[in-house]
Ligand binder design. Structure first.
Ligand code: DGT
Ligand code: CA
Ligand code: CA
Ligand code: ZN
Length: 577
């Protein structure tokens, strides 16, 4: 991996920021800043200079000691010193430096006195009026920080699909109960089943628009009416969820649904198709001159362009219109296709329900099998199963299996992938299991190359069947455990999985949905099969499966590409590496 000047400059700047927060000598801090500055504005690559054995101290602002550091960065992509500093002073603290009124000294004080490490910690402290208690920081600074944080929060405010669902479901019930309301639908990203939604877009039909709008604004959860007209209104509900409602005429219902479901890119592509045929399409219908020739249903409109119906999950202008025109739209997987769940936890590790309860819940859902995949010991937040406990578990499951008809518990484990890519349990116990799912639970911040190698090494182990929650990300702005994906070369990981006869997971938990829709689509293009599993830590979480199915649909997956649509005997054959 080549190291570019901007990478070198970024690392030097980071060192400067952290040293400054630690209160290091200002001369020393400036040395790093100046070096970063020179390097980021140089036209030659320092990496080339190092390669050719040139003297870096010739560069303006670079002395002996920093020259050595640059050489280290160029050769290893990293700086040992930075890691050392980060052990004392968390790197996240540098994010706080951009806030008004917060210089390095104050950041250090906040860290020392209130234990603040991240923007979230800071937000929390501001909300509880604790910032003003810190020496040198008054309530004016606290208010300024709170305002700035609020503004940033607004910009990135999106709500996880499951949270949006909890908010919109009772609202739909309420609207359907209003006299004179005929149809109600949620359009927008929610209908496309995107993993997060910005706002909710509702459509309704009915005789008296004004009355429907009035009832809408009187809904008990409305915190603020942002606008209210004769046929449309916008309100804010709890958690600041914004909802638009439009009341439309029956003959425009399909056109409005199509328009407001989007995506915008899909809508624009359709509009261009219409223009090519001398037609006009908008939220009221499709028009030739001024005559409406379609609009009541979405099917009617697609049909007008000789296209089959395109489901909302595919409407992202990622090739669905072309595929539809060629009759090559995939037949997408549904919840009914799923025959069993391949990742769940019980009270043996961090689950809330027992093995028996989880088995009963799986049978209630009509499953043919359920893989029991508790954690291995390394995941220190929970007790994990060591080889001995796992051996006892295998016996227990085999015994329990005697009592079932048309259902089977699969013996399994969620084995931790250690930092070097080795597994947390010996092969001889892993070999005895029906299914081994492997996951990363630590060292998410390895660089891309190292992370990729680590994962590939884990997949090299022939006992591994499925790499679960492959990137480890946690989604949702309001998720306190939010975490960006681990960086890796996903294409290489997928190619490697395919070659080795193993699979990746779409983790159906709405706080993970990992693989993302885009990565799922990539898997399909590579020809890699996926598992959809819930990672349920309780019986009710088995219902997460539908979020995973939605994500797979957004990734263009049919039932054949999903391993757990198969019977146990077919799945078993597929798991033979
Ligand atoms: P979100 O709310 O950010 O999760 O995403 P959406 O897709 O729900 O977007 P939103 O709420 O801004 O608008 C709802 C739909 O309305 C969008 O998916 C497509 C349609 N739409 C909005 N603006 C435009 C536009 O300028 N052109 C077209 N063709 N459609 C638009
Ligand atoms: Ca929306
Ligand atoms: Ca909207
Ligand atoms: Zn896990």
């Amino acid at each position: 991996m080549p190291v570019y000047n901007r990478d070198v400059a970024r690392i030097l700047d980071q060192v400067a920021d952290l040293l400054e927060i630690e209160g290091a000598d200002s001369f020393r801090v400036r040395a790093y800043r100046n070096a970063a500055q020179s390097i980021s504005t140089m036209s030659r690559e320092v990496a080339t200079m190092v390669d050719e054995g040139e003297d870096l101290t010739e560069i303006r602002g670079i002395g002996e000691s920093i020259a050595e550091k640059i050489e280290e960065i160029v050769k290893t992509g990293d700086l040992g010193q930075l890691a050392q500093i980060e052990e004392r002073t968390p790197a996240e603290l540098t994010e706080l430096l951009d806030l008004p009124g917060l210089g390095p000294k104050r950041v250090q004080t906040l860290h020392e006195e209130l234990g603040i490490e991240t923007l979230d910690d800071l937000r929390d402290a501001a909300e509880r009026n604790r910032i003003r208690t810190v020496s040198g920081l008054g309530d004016r600074t606290e208010a300024r920080i709170a305002r700035e944080l609020e503004q940033r929060h607004d910009e990135e405010r999106r709500t996880r699909i499951d949270v949006a669902e909890e908010i919109v479901t009772p609202l739909l019930d309420y609207l359907c109960g209003i006299e004179g309301v005929e149809q109600v639908a949620v359009a927008g990203s929610y209908r496309r089943r995107q993993e997060t939604v910005g706002d909710l877009d509702l459509l309704a039909t009915g005789a008296d628009g004004e009355q429907i709008i009035r009832h809408f604004t009187e809904y008990e959860d409305v915190r603020e009416v942002i606008s209210q007209g004769k046929t449309r209104s916008t309100v804010r509900l709890r958690l600041d969820m914004q909802v638009d409602l439009r009341v439309v005429a029956d003959e425009s219902y399909g056109a409005a649904l199509l328009y407001f479901t989007g995506s915008k890119a899909h809508g624009i592509a359709l509009r261009n198709m219409a223009l090519d045929e001398g037609l006009k399409i908008n939220e009221y219908g499709v028009f030739r001159d001024d005559e409406r020739i379609a609009g009541a249903t979405e099917e009617q409109i697609y049909d007008l362009f000789d296209l089959p119906y395109i489901v909302p999950e595919l409407r992202e202008n990622r090739g669905e219109l072309e595929a539809a025109a060629e009759g090559k739209l995939p037949e997408l997987v549904t919840v009914d296709d799923i025959r069993g769940d391949l990742q769940i936890h019980t009270t043996a590790s961090d689950g809330k329900n027992t093995l028996e309860e989880m088995a009963a819940a799986a049978q209630e859902r009509g499953y043919a099998y359920l893989a029991v995949t508790d954690h291995s010991p390394h995941v220190s937040v929970t007790q994990g199963l060591d080889a001995e406990a796992l051996a006892r578990r295998i016996d227990e499951i085999q015994e329990l299996n005697e009592s079932f008809n048309d259902f089977r518990l699969l013996t399994g484990i969620e084995v931790d992938i250690l930092k070097d890519g080795s597994l947390d349990l010996p092969d001889d116990i892993l070999k005895r299991l029906d299914i081994v799912v492997a996951a990363v639970h630590s060292a998410f911040n390895l660089d891309r190359e190292e992370q990729t190698e680590r994962i590939l090494r884990a997949l090299d182990n022939p006992t591994v069947h499925i790499l679960v929650h492959p990137t480890g990300r946690r989604i949702g702005e309001r998720n306190p455990r939010k975490r960006p994906p681990a960086e890796m070369d996903m294409e290489r990981v997928m190619e490697a999985a395919k070659e080795r006869g193993c699979f990746l997971e779409i983790n159906a938990s709405p706080s993970r949905l990992d693989l993302s829709d885009a990565y799922a689509k990539m898997a399909g293009e590579i020809g890699l099969k996926l598992a959809i599993s819930t990672d349920a830590h309780s019986t009710t979480e088995l219902d997460f499966i539908r979020y995973g199915v939605d994500q797979a649909r957004r990734g263009w997956f049919g039932p054949d590409g999903i391993v757990n649509t198969r019977s146990w005997s077919d799945l078993k054959a597929l798991l033979k590496r």
